[in-house]
Design a protein. Structure first.
Lengths: 320, 168
């Protein structure tokens, strides 16, 4: 029986593709954003960004409007992230530690859009690309072309029946793929069991240590810092203070997003020895820019071109 | 054809398509090899030991010829610019110990590994990658990346196994 489900899905997909009103790119974008929250799916996806590649298993169900998700990286030390709406429980069995956090804007495939499609359309031209069969599913490509050089182009492959993004690519100015998420195995639909989104590590450890600090810190606070000249289309999402390894004091973090790409600005007191020069790095979509500012150090990190990170980093000032 | 074979293995083909695909598969040495290869990859991905099959030599040869796609790529340290080295090392080693400019200890001449001081921060692995040359001090990108992407680095939690956990 199970093996007929993909065939059925393909059959349904063929039907829905011809449905009227489906030529509106924004409607497709809206659907894709919604599907990552409302659809039930399980599978394995590969994430490549610059030099790094990782493989993750994901199960996602929506029960009574609540999202339940379990993500397990399949490379390296084992751990899992169990999510209920925005609450994240990260189980590290080796460390016997559960790390609590609240999801802010971070991109978690296939839920990679954080803003409303209308906000995204302000910075990107949204178009429909070709229809294609991907992973055995009929899919529609959605193209996001940046309206300026401050962000990267995006290609989203949306499964036609559910709208779910099954593959996404980020392109640089030379149209080279610099980041990609792709399912390599995907099951869609109601046969994804609610029990599959529960922690599998929880039972393996008798006594868990709870690290609630990340969650406590995921609250908006006044950091006293501001970005006076944010790049067009980037809105401040929140500002917080985060504890980071090797620091005596929490680091101020201001998060910006254009609905798709996000960046973090970190401000912290200079350590010893003091840094005197700027430095930057780009790897895949991840750009890193650091700049000394008197007694403080400003670091910008995000999925944006270097010019964007620099514009942000150079306009950090004390809030008047 | 390989796509069809893959679909066959995933049980996505209809009866007739499957029959045709099986017939085609066994008719050609190449296809037979691909069949073995896909199963070997599938077993490896599921973490199972390879099946006890007499795999043809060609299967191993083509396995050797496959690019490594699903495993993190390790870059030789001296390849590319030093800044890139710092970045790649940050990914594979997870923590760059050399943080002379940002570390809370150590004088200018002696960069030291980061030491977690706050009660809930956890000591990073003392995997020290010494980077000398033009780009110094190096960048500990991984910490910022983990905070930005909200994906905690498991390496930060792993060593806790061997010592008293710092987290409450």
């Amino acid at each position: 029986m199970i093996r007929w489900i993909p065939a059925l899905a393909v059959g349904l997909a063929c039907g829905s593709q011809a449905a009227p009103g489906n030529n509106d790119p924004l409607a497709w974008l809206q659907r894709a954003a919604q599907a990552s929250r409302t659809a039930s799916y399980s599978g394995i996806f590969v994430h490549s960004n610059g030099d790094r590649t990782s493989t993750l298993r994901i199960t996602h169900v929506n029960v009574g409007g609540e999202e339940h998700e379990r993500v397990e990286p399949l490379d390296g030390p084992s751990y899992e992230i169990v999510r209920r709406n925005d609450e994240m429980f990260c189980y590290f069995p080796d460390a016997k530690t559960i790390r609590l956090d609240r999801r802010i804007t971070a991109r978690f495939f296939p839920s990679i859009m954080t803003g409303e499609p209308a906000a995204i359309a302000a910075s990107y031209e949204v178009k429909l690309g070709k229809s294609e069969r991907v992973l055995g599913f009929d899919c529609q490509w959605i193209r996001l072309e940046p309206k300026d050089g401050l962000r990267y182009a995006q290609r989203l492959c949306s499964e036609t029946t559910s709208g779910l993004i099954v593959r996404s690519k980020t392109l640089n100015e030379q149209k080279q793929v610099i980041e990609q998420y792709t399912f390599t195995e995907l099951k869609l639909g109601p046969h994804v069991a609610r029990s599959d989104v529960k922690s599998i590590f929880e039972a393996r450890v008798k006594k868990w240590i709870t690290d609630a600090k990340p969650r406590d810190e995921a609250k908006s606070v006044e950091t006293g810092w501001a970005v006076t000249n944010p790049p067009a289309g980037f809105q401040k999402v929140t500002e917080l203070r985060r504890t980071m390894p090797g620091r005596d004091q929490p680091v101020s973090q201001i998060i910006f997003s254009d609905g798709f790409a996000s960046l973090s600005v970190f401000v912290e007191p200079q350590g010893a020895p003091r840094r005197t020069d700027e430095a930057s790095n780009e790897d895949g979509t991840t750009t890193f820019y650091v700049r000394p500012m008197g007694e403080h150090l400003v670091t910008v990190l995000g999925e944006v071109p270097l010019a964007t990170a620099q514009q942000v980093g150079r306009s950090v000032a004390r809030r008047p | 054809m390989t796509q069809e074979l893959s679909s066959l293995m995933d049980g996505e083909l209809g009866e007739q398509e499957a029959e045709r695909s099986i017939a085609a598969c066994c008719a050609s040495e190449d296809q037979k090899n691909t069949w073995y290869l896909y199963h070997a990859i599938g077993d490896a991905m599921r973490g199972q030991a390879p099946r006890r099959l007499e795999l043809p030599r060609a299967t191993f040869e083509s396995l050797n010829a496959q690019p490594t796609v699903l495993a993190p790529r390790r870059r030789p340290l001296m390849q590319g610019t030093l800044a890139r080295v710092a970045f790649a090392a940050a990914a594979s080693v997870a923590t760059i110990g050399v943080v002379g400019w940002i570390g809370t200890q150590g004088g200018p001449a002696a960069p030291v590994p980061m030491v977690a001081k706050s009660s809930s921060a956890i000591q990073p692995v003392a995997n020290k990658t010494t980077i000398s040359g033009a780009v110094a001090p190096s960048l500990d990108v991984q910490d910022y990346l983990a905070v930005h992407r909200q994906i905690p680095s498991p390496e930060l939690y792993r060593p806790v196994n061997n010592r008293a956990p710092a987290a409450r």
